[in-house]
Write a protein of this length. Structure first.
Length: 162
């Protein structure tokens, strides 16, 4: 499962709006979100390890006012290299629970990170079949790799800005 922005927030226990209104979440991810006074907007670059021992980067774009706090011991999607991430303070972005991922990264997220699209498809097939995740034959991802490079470069040079 991939949930982005508001979907990410509502996969947690809930969201408290700027004026105090409470919106319950489904409780799938170990987190809560509170609206902040300023939006966090900009390019983002993460380092992540979805497969043990394999560190990769994810490039995207964030635009959110939510300040998401993960529960102690919760697994973030990644460590922020550039940008704001979950709350602009913790150094983490997103959350992962098994095969479910929540993130603030729009982007377009999957075209900029084709390995992540492959990982999600592999996990969905493994879930459906009850077996191991298949390994796909590589596709020509030159255009997608270039999109990732451009996005990662923007994140490194500008990152998020209040």
């Amino acid at each position: 499962m991939l949930a982005v922005c508001g979907g990410y927030q509502l996969l947690g226990r809930g969201y408290r709006g700027f004026h105090g209104e409470e919106m319950p979440g489904v409780g799938l991810l170990p987190l809560e979100t509170v609206a902040g006074a300023q939006r966090m907007i900009g390019d983002v670059l993460l380092e992540t390890e979805l497969e043990p021992g394999v560190v990769r980067t994810i490039a995207g774009f964030e635009n959110h006012a939510g300040r998401t706090r993960l529960d102690p011991g919760a697994e973030p999607l990644g460590r922020v290299v550039a940008g704001f991430g979950n709350d602009g303070e913790s150094g983490f972005e997103g959350c992962r629970a098994g095969r479910a991922i929540g993130t603030y990264l729009h982007g377009p997220l999957l075209p900029r990170n084709p390995w992540l699209a492959d990982w999600l498809l592999e996990q969905a097939i493994a879930h459906r079949t009850g077996g191991e995740a298949p390994v796909f034959d590589p596709l020509d991802d030159k255009l997608e790799a270039r999109a990732h490079e451009v996005s990662a470069g923007r994140a490194r040079s500008r990152g998020g800005k209040f």
